[in-house]
Structure formats: structure tokens, C-alpha cells
Design a protein around this ligand. Structure first.
Ligand code: B12
Ligand code: SF4
Length: 442
């Protein structure tokens, strides 16, 4: 079979004022450019599992948009899914099916809402794709696709295939993703990441991760990697081994983590020496309001709140930039939270800062709770699940206060002056530690 793997990519927001105001600011544009062109690791992983008798063709949806008709010649089309772009995914699926090409849909959104997705597909895959992908292919080849395939989140990552990075036109990407773990121990109420696929935290053996990195290095002379882990470094001894082995491989990389790394000087040193350019840390709230009950199992972030500022200082002192993330509109947030984020960014001299609006993604405990409480606005308008649009009634703020505060904070944070000040401070204080990063990014 000739299989079309269609990746939904790109950065989106619906709020027009925000697009006009905020998303054109230097700090935001830079970050958007950096991440906008990531390929779908999910589809590359499935391609890596596909028996050699089939041919896989990897297509970005933005390329299809430029065409009058979607590319043809496929015996099967597989489309990945995030909520924000689901409508476009469904429309494409409908088009292919009208042409008689069977379509299989999978990914995070389909996992959350398989019945909705089933209206646009010959088959939907719920959960991780690896355990069922070969069965899907065999069934498609034999003309007996089942409407639904499911996995239970227990796929062992020591069986993980090598993602088919060679399918990519590497010139168009500035980063590639590698995944060393799925899940996260903290279970935040709003989390819509791989926790939806793998409720239990699991780790890929380090030698497999290194093999993926080496594969990328063999294809790409100046690799920049983004770890697609929800929360890397949970297992610190694992990372000490992996990072030691990574030294000398000349890669630069970025990861999402919780702040616990700040306590571990040895780990921070290994991170820096193995090419870590930046870590993204979900602080979520600069004030205690909003942190209580944020996680379903513990108040880990609330307990760690007194360490927030020191954590940024210690990590950046190792020459590793911190991108501090804040979720605005958490229950308990008042309009004071906007100044508090600004003050935190200034006081800690965060290299990067990311603000998003709390978003009830389908499939999350937050979505279920806000629905029960009658607080969802625009339910079902998944294109608004962008992290920048307001889809619910916050408490105690009003929707208008949240929107206006978010806009003006964006203007203040991402304006040229503060962005330059934050960057220059980092470079002046810590550049000698981060020399390898600066050189490699020039
Ligand atoms: C890399 C990334 C991106 C890349 C996406 C590249 C791509 N085309 O995949 C870029 C930068 C483009 C991106 C953009 C956006 N992203 Co993003 N991104 C991530 C990130 C960091 C990693 C995702 C990843 O690679 N996972 C690893 C792979 C292996 O997992 P997977 O894709 O889920 O695939 C597995 C299964 O789902 C399944 N599967 C997936 N697709 C298919 C298809 C078929 C046919 C089958 C059978 C199975 C299958 O099999 C795979 C293997 O098990 C996550 C956060 C995180 N740490 O997880 C956020 C995340 C996925 N992004 C998110 C969001 C909100 C966005 C944006 C809306 C942001 C914005 N405002 O623009 C856009 C939306 C883009 C879109 N098209 O809709 C949310 C999505 C929530 C949701 N449920 O929809 C996440 C979880 C982050 C968060 N804060 O909550 N993102
Ligand atoms: S810490 Fe981050 S990855 Fe972990 S559950 Fe919370 S939001 Fe998800």
C-alpha cells in the first residue's frame, strides 16, 4: 500500500485582537518561528513500524492547503490530531473518503473523542498508536478495517521503533523531536498531553533514545532536538547516564521539565555540557492563588512555590535559559495575577516567558469539571483550544478581565524593550556558561 501520513502542524489562535496585538511582538514571533515547524513524531513513529512492503509518504497539512485537491495516489490516509486543528483534519478526511480512499484517524483529540472522530473515518485509533498500527495496516490491506482500534496505555517503550526521520525534507525544519518518556507523575487537572495516552509514567531505554539521536545526527549536520516528553528528568539517575553519553555528540536541545532540576547541580552541569539550550518549566502561577488543587494527586507545585525564584536563578546560572510558563485564569486568579507574572519575569530575569490561558481540552478532568459546573463557553468549538482563546467562565475574574489582562500582559512581556532586557541580562551574566549554545545558534 502507499500510505499518506498527514501531519497537522502550525501555531494558531482565534482571538483577532490578540493576533493583531500580541502575536506580532518580537518575543512571541521568535518563539513561534522556532517551534512552528516541528514534524509529527507520532506519524514518524508509526512510519517506523510500517513493514517495508508498504510505502509511507509524509505530508504537512500546510502543503495540502496550497493545493486545489489533496495529493492522490494513496491506498490509505492516516491523519494525526490535536484539538485546535481538528475541523481541518475532519474536512480532509471527508475529502479523501469521498475519493474512495480509506482514512484512519488517531492522536490526542481522537483519543478524547473517538465517537466524534468516527463520523469522519473508516477507522479511529484510541490511545497510543504503536500497539495496533500493524493490525490496522493488515486490515486495511485485506479490506476489512475495523471502525475502532484501542490500546490501554501500557505499550512498553523498550519496544519503541526508530521513527522514520528519513521521510522528512529536513531543510524545512529547525528542530526535530525525540521522546524519552510518556506521562507525568503530577496529573494536573488541565493537562492534555501524553498523560491522555499513558496514564502511568514510563521511560524509553536510554540506548534507544541515543540511537534515535544518532540517527538524526546521521541525517542532519547541525541537529537541534526538542524532547517531546511532557516532563523530562523525573527519573534523575536515568538522565545522568543518558546525558553523560550525550556529551560529545554535538547536539543542542530543549526540554520541558518541572523545577526539581534546580536542586541537582550535577544534573544541571550534565545538561549544560550535553548541549541543553533551554528548559521550559510550567510554574503555572506566580501567586499561590490557583495552585491549590491544580494537580489531582498532590499539591506539588503549591508546595514548591517558595522555591520558584531561586529555581530560575540556579538553572540560569548554569548557562541554561529558562522559559517560564504561566497559565492565566486558574480558579482563584484575580486581575492582580497579570502584574504578578510581569514582576516575576523581571525579578527573576527569565530569558523567556510563555503565558497561556487555561484551556479545557476535551478528555481532561478540567473539561469534565467545568462542564459539570456549567462554565464552558463555546463547547465543541475545538478550533478555540489554542491556549490563547477563552473557552470558559473564569472565577473570580470575568471573561473580559481575563482577556484584557492577558492582552496587556502580552504587550508588556513581549515588547521589544523587556524582551531585549531579559535576553541581555542572561547573556551578560551567564553567557560564558552557555558559550556552546550561543555559538551554535548563530
Ligand atoms: C511537538 C508539539 C507540537 C508541534 C506539533 C508537531 C506535530 N505535527 O505533531 C507544533 C509546534 C506544531 C505544535 C503545535 C500546536 N500545539 Co503542540 N505540542 C507538541 C508537544 C510538545 C509534543 C507532541 C509530541 O510530539 N508527542 C509525541 C508523539 C509520539 O505523540 P503523539 O503525537 O500523541 O502520537 C502518538 C498517539 O497520539 C498516536 N497518534 C498520533 N497521531 C496518530 C495518527 C494515527 C492515524 C494513529 C493511528 C495514531 C496516532 O500514536 C502516536 C504514538 O503512540 C506537546 C506537549 C507534550 N509534551 O506532549 C504539545 C501539544 C500536543 N500541543 C498542544 C497545542 C495546544 C498546540 C497548538 C494548538 C498550539 C497553538 N496555539 O498553536 C498547536 C496546534 C497544532 C495543530 N495542528 O493542531 C497541546 C495539545 C492538546 C490537545 N489535546 O489538543 C499539547 C499536548 C501541549 C499542551 N500544552 O497541552 N505542537
Ligand atoms: S506538570 Fe505538566 S506535564 Fe505534568 S501533569 Fe502537569 S501539565 Fe501535565
Amino acid at each position: 500500500m502507499r500510505i499518506g501520513l498527514v501531519a497537522m502542524s502550525g501555531i494558531r489562535a482565534c482571538d483577532e485582537e490578540l493576533l493583531r496585538l500580541g502575536l506580532t511582538l518580537p518575543g512571541f514571533v521568535e518563539r513561534s518561528k522556532t517551534i512552528a515547524s516541528l514534524p509529527s513524531l507520532g506519524l514518524l513513529t508509526l512510519a517506523g513500524l510500517t513493514p517495508a512492503r508498504h510505502e509511507c509518504v509524509y505530508v504537512e497539512v500546510e502543503d495540502i492547503r496550497k493545493l486545489e485537491r489533496p495529493p492522490d495516489g494513496f491506498d490509505l490516509v492516516a491523519i494525526s490530531s490535536f484539538s485546535a486543528q481538528m475541523a481541518e483534519g475532519y474536512a480532509l478526511a471527508d475529502q479523501y473518503r469521498a475519493l474512495g480512499v480509506p482514512v484512519v484517524l488517531g492522536g490526542l483529540h481522537v483519543t478524547a473523542l473517538p465517537d466524534e472522530a468516527a463520523r469522519h473515518a473508516d477507522a479511529v485509533v484510541v490511545g497510543e498508536g504503536e500497539p495496533v498500527w500493524r493490525t490496522v495496516l493488515d486490515d486495511a490491506e485485506a479490506g476489512r478495517l475495523q471502525p475502532r482500534y484501542g490500546s490501554d496505555g501500557h505499550y512498553p517503550l523498550d519496544q519503541a521503533p526508530m521513527p522514520a526521520f528519513e521521510l522528512l525534507d529536513l531543510d524545512r525544519y529547525n528542530r526535530l523531536t525525540v521522546q524519552a518518556s510518556r506521562g507525568c507523575p503530577w496529573h494536573c487537572e488541565f493537562c492534555a498531553s501524553s498523560i491522555l495516552l499513558s496514564p502511568r509514567y514510563k521511560q524509553k531505554p536510554a540506548e534507544r533514545v541515543l540511537a534515535e539521536i544518532d540517527r538524526i545526527r546521521s541525517l542532519w549536520s547541525h541537529p537541534f532536538l526538542e524532547l517531546a516528553d511532557d516532563n523530562a528528568f523525573v527519573n534523575k539517575p536515568y538522565w545522568r547516564g543518558l546525558l553523560s553519553a550525550l556529551q560529545g555528540r554535538h547536539v543542542r536541545w530543549f526540554a520541558e521539565t518541572d523545577l526539581s532540576i534546580h536542586e541537582d547541580d550535577e544534573l544541571l552541569g550534565l545538561m549544560r555540557d550535553s548541549g541543553c539550550a533551554e528548559v521550559l518549566i510550567g510554574f503555572e502561577s506566580p501567586v499561590l492563588d490557583g495552585l491549590t488543587g491544580l494537580e489531582l494527586r498532590s499539591d506539588w507545585k503549591r508546595r514548591r512555590w517558595p522555591e520558584y525564584r531561586e529555581a530560575v536563578r540556579r538553572i540560569q546560572a548554569h548557562g541554561i535559559r529558562v522559559n517560564g510558563c504561566f497559565v492565566l485564569g486558574l480558579d482563584g486568579h484575580t486581575p492582580d495575577v497579570f502584574d504578578a507574572v510581569h514582576d516575576f519575569a523581571v525579578a527573576t530575569e527569565l530569558f523567556d516567558v510563555q503565558i497561556t490561558i487555561q484551556t479545557p481540552f476535551p478528555g481532561t478532568p478540567l473539561y469534565d469539571r467545568l462542564r459539570r459546573e456549567g462554565r464552558l463557553l463555546y463547547d465543541g468549538q475545538w478550533e478555540r483550544c489554542t491556549l490563547f482563546d477563552i473557552n470558559y467562565r473564569p472565577q473570580p475574574m470575568t471573561v473580559e478581565e481575563l482577556r484584557a489582562g492577558f492582552h496587556s500582559l502580552g504587550v508588556r512581556l513581549y515588547g521589544e524593550e523587556l524582551t531585549r532586557w531579559r535576553r541581555e541580562n542572561f547573556n551578560r551574566k551567564y553567557l560564558r556558561h552557555a558559550r556552546h549554545v550561543e555559538e551554535s545558534e548563530s
